[in-house]
Design a protein around this ligand. Sequence first.
Ligand SMILES: [Zn+2]
Length: 174
Amino acid sequence: MLVAHLALVFLVKLLFPSLSLFFLLVGASISSIDAILPILRLRSESYHCGSIFHSIWLPLAGASLLLVLDVSWSVSLLAGGLLHLLTDSIDMRGRPWLYPLSGKTYGIAIIPYNFKDYVANPICIAVEAASALLILAYVLMFGIDLPSLLWFFMVIPLFVAFALHQWKIPDDTQ
Ligand SMILES: [Zn+2]
């Protein structure tokens, strides 16, 4: 999932207005860090979605640290992180929720993992387009705070770099 991760964060914010949109977004983005290292050729392609960044540990650690500052920030970060993992876990690969304690992946194989298969799937594309519209509608109706907006401006170039990288790599290394 691409934009859909972030759209779900906005839905959660609508359902639970007391949560922090910024920390929901940060939580939902933590796992994406392991997509950057293969782009920089610092790790193999399988590192993305197979590392500690796609485990529960970083959201738990981040939420524990934030608990000292603000309960709502802490809950938001944890919710964002878990939301990313849950929605990732509906693809063919599953995610190593307990890595490095266990390399076992968890999930229900519903949608494609391979990027090219994902963007060729009409349902996935419809979900992504609806997600982008949902975020746009939210921002137009309710506005967006500055930290969340800045976070978006930081994440969008990463999305583009990720998509270009995934498109270029040979199918058998994804
Ligand atoms: Zn992910």
